[in-house]
Design a protein around this ligand. Structure first.
Ligand code: ATP
Length: 337
């Protein structure tokens, strides 16, 4: 039975949405001297999210999650985030973390990384550490290459291991149709496969061209690709057939971009309006796929969501809700909210 909290304690419980991401583009440039891959990633948060409830405690850290494939011990990235912050700040206080999973696990949608960033942000506030997103960056990098992005959100460029994150002035706004093949793919296995075929190659610069181009409308998204797709489909050959059908339907229904997210297994289409997105959802559902629909979450929307969840941010560096940068209207047509 849940203990009834006194009003003062109740007000200190934080409920935060941990948003998923898709990779609008992903380039693997090579293997670095430290063994990690040199990447260029165009990240985009979407409004599909886990719910993370964080309740401070006097002592001890605990994580609970309702998904059978998510560990509830120190292998859980959210719990590791709490431990890292506790150690870093020399804090003895604890917390209970409860995760309701909605983001498919092992889907290339960054669910674990987003949960971890959410815990860093929330405990930074609840424990009064006051580092803010900029000060939490180092801890986030140690937890995983995708974690720093979730301290930023919106449309952002990820360089180095994907952990050097630059929010873009132009934010993509659109509708996302996600196909969840219901089978996880291991990111490590995909990169290992990629290494076997990776030859030093000409830098394609597609993502830089996209970011800096004056291409207008849908043509801009046409140059983006995910370099991990081939290796992911070799790792999961049972998906190869399905991916051809999924891509065909997404494009037939008018997607500006149809791509694998991260190392898979989720595949997504980006649309400029809700009607097209609904059309794609119906066609894919009729073809027997499990489909989720989402909207992009821009940098400003992401920051406002955090400001709502955490209350006024005091003492933390660099996390005031900011004026929304200009949306990428010309690229996603007139879809906006
Ligand atoms: P990655 O590219 O980091 O592997 P992903 O988006 O493909 O990310 P996740 O849903 O983050 O996949 O899960 C990847 C693995 O991490 C799974 O094996 C899962 O058991 C483990 N994991 C640890 N903590 C979490 C968490 N809080 N949420 C989801 N998975 C977690």
């Amino acid at each position: 039975m849940e203990r009834t909290l006194k009003p003062s304690a109740r007000s200190r419980v934080l409920r935060v949405p941990a948003y998923a991401k898709v990779n609008l583009g992903l380039e693997v440039l090579g293997v670095r001297q430290d063994g990690y891959h040199e990447l260029r990633s165009l990240f985009q948060t979407i409004d599909l999210h886990d719910d993370v409830v964080i309740r401070p405690r006097r002592r001890g850290l605990e994580v609970r999650c309702d998904h059978p494939d998510v560990p509830q011990d120190e292998r859980n990235l959210a719990l590791r985030a709490a431990l890292e912050l506790q150690r870093h700040a020399g804090i003895e206080r604890g917390a209970e973390i409860v995760i309701s999973k909605r983001i498919p696990v092992g889907g290339g949608l960054g669910g674990g990384s987003s949960d971890a960033a959410a815990v860093l942000m929330a405990l930074d506030r609840l424990w009064g550490v006051g580092l803010g997103p900029a000060g939490l960056h180092g801890l986030a990098r140690r937890l995983g290459a995708d974690v720093p992005f979730f301290l930023v959100g919106g449309t952002a460029l990820g360089l180095a291991r994907g952990d050097e994150v630059y929010p873009l002035h132009w934010q993509v706004r659109g509708h996302v149709v996600l196909v969840d093949p219901g089978r996880p793919i291991s990111t490590a296995a995909v990169f290992a496969r990629m290494d076997r075929s990776l030859t030093p190659r000409e830098n394609s610069n597609k993502i830089f061209r996209f970011v800096s181009s004056d291409l207008e409308g849908f043509r801009a998204f046409g140059i983006l690709a995910n370099d991990l797709e081939q290796a992911a489909l070799e790792e999961a050959p049972d998906l190869a057939d399905q991916v051809g059908r999924i891509r065909g339907i997404l494009i037939r229904e008018g997607a500006a971009l149809a791509s694998l997210s991260g190392s898979g297994s989720s595949f997504f289409g980006l649309y400029d309006d809700a009607r097209r997105a609904r059309g794609a959802q119906s066609a894919l559902t009729a073809a027997g796929f499990i489909v989720l629909r989402a909207r992009t979450v821009s940098l400003g929307q992401y920051r406002r969501s955090w400001a709502r969840s955490l209350g006024a941010w005091r003492g933390g560096a660099g996390f005031e809700p900011v004026k929304e940068p200009a949306p990428w209207r010309s690229r996603t047509s007139r879809s906006s909210r």
